[in-house]
Design a binder for this molecule. Structure first.
Ligand code: G1P
Length: 291
């Protein structure tokens, strides 16, 4: 029986340079898709999967992320005094319980592997989740829950994967597949951002992971990889002789909010998934496309 997965690590230290000037003062993760900051979708997905504790690996100047998930007594009082109960609920629902939210500052941008390593002390020796908020997933069952359920069956590391066009393998961690069973692909190797001609497959890791804590010992070696960064994929690759690694072809659609086009696509998709907005949005989009 595998240990229950209770903690999530959210790397949010990036500068968000692709979204400047929007990200000059506002963290990229705080930019809204429809009516919620991108990072709130990640937290809600994790909470719906039973995650109780959140570790944000952040950077100086991005304090608003932690504030967004903490109580806001003055705003709550004003809303309460005005009898705005629905709005009060929206604000309160965003707060995580005290003691269940932690922020670690990643002082230098040394890579995703280094960001995850920064959370070691707070995660300890138990399986944990990593969520990259830029990847948003629309699905019936929260993507993280799908991974946790699979992890309960196979243990080790379980990550969300999807096939990408071969000319895009150099943007992702790619699996060298040993065998496939149903929606699970067992990997015998992992490569970070391989060139299309040398990629072992087109099965790419997207930003959802359930990881065995063994990965911290590898990350602690601080070995640099692609882009001269400490890569999570490389550290995971070096644990494959100790724990199994499975990619789960999850049910749902992923939107890459790390690019401007992906961000617009996510807004449209999440807008259409909103029962209040869909009936008005759909004809508007049709009209726009006809013009
Ligand atoms: C990171 C990981 C990569 C993964 C990707 C998913 O890359 O290093 O393995 O496939 O996230 O979005 P990044 O997008 O930070 O370059």
């Amino acid at each position: 029986m595998s240990q229950r997965v209770r903690k999530a690590v959210l790397p949010v230290a990036g500068l968000g340079t692709r979204f400047l000037p929007a990200t000059k003062v506002i963290p990229k993760e705080m930019i809204p898709v429809i009516d919620k900051p991108v990072v709130q979708y990640a937290v809600e997905e994790a909470r719906a999967a039973g995650i109780e504790e959140f570790i944000f690996v952040s950077a100086e100047g991005k304090e608003s992320i932690g504030a967004h998930f903490s109580a806001h007594p003055s705003l709550e009082k004003q809303l309460s005094d005005k009898g705005k109960t629905a709005e009060l609920k929206l604000v309160r629902d965003t707060s995580l319980p005290p003691g269940k939210i932690h922020t670690v500052i990643q002082e230098n941008p040394l890579g995703l592997g280094h960001a995850v390593w920064c959370a070691w002390q707070l995660v300890g020796d138990e399986p944990f989740v990593v969520i990259l908020p830029d990847d948003m997933v629309l699905s019936k069952t929260p993507c993280i829950k799908q991974l946790i359920d699979a992890h309960a069956r196979v243990g080790g590391h379980v990550v969300a994967v999807e096939d990408v066009p071969r000319d895009q393998t150099n943007r992702y961690g790619i699996l060298d597949v040993l065998s496939e069973q149903g929606s699970l692909a067992k990997a015998k190797g992992l490569v970070e951002k391989p060139a299309p001609e040398s990629a072992p497959s087109t099965l790419a890791i997207i930003g959802r992971y359930v990881l065995d804590p063994i990965v911290f010992k590898e990350l602690d070696k601080k070995t640099k990889g692609a882009g001269n960064e400490i890569q999570l994929t490389d550290a995971l690759n070096r644990t494959l002789s100790s724990v199994p690694f499975h990619g789960l072809r999850f049910e749902g659609i992923r939107y890459d909010c790390g690019t401007r086009v992906g961000f617009v696509e996510a807004n449209v998709a999440f807008g259409l998934a909103h029962p209040d907005m869909e009936p008005r949005l759909r004809p508007l989009l049709k009209k726009l496309l006809e013009e």
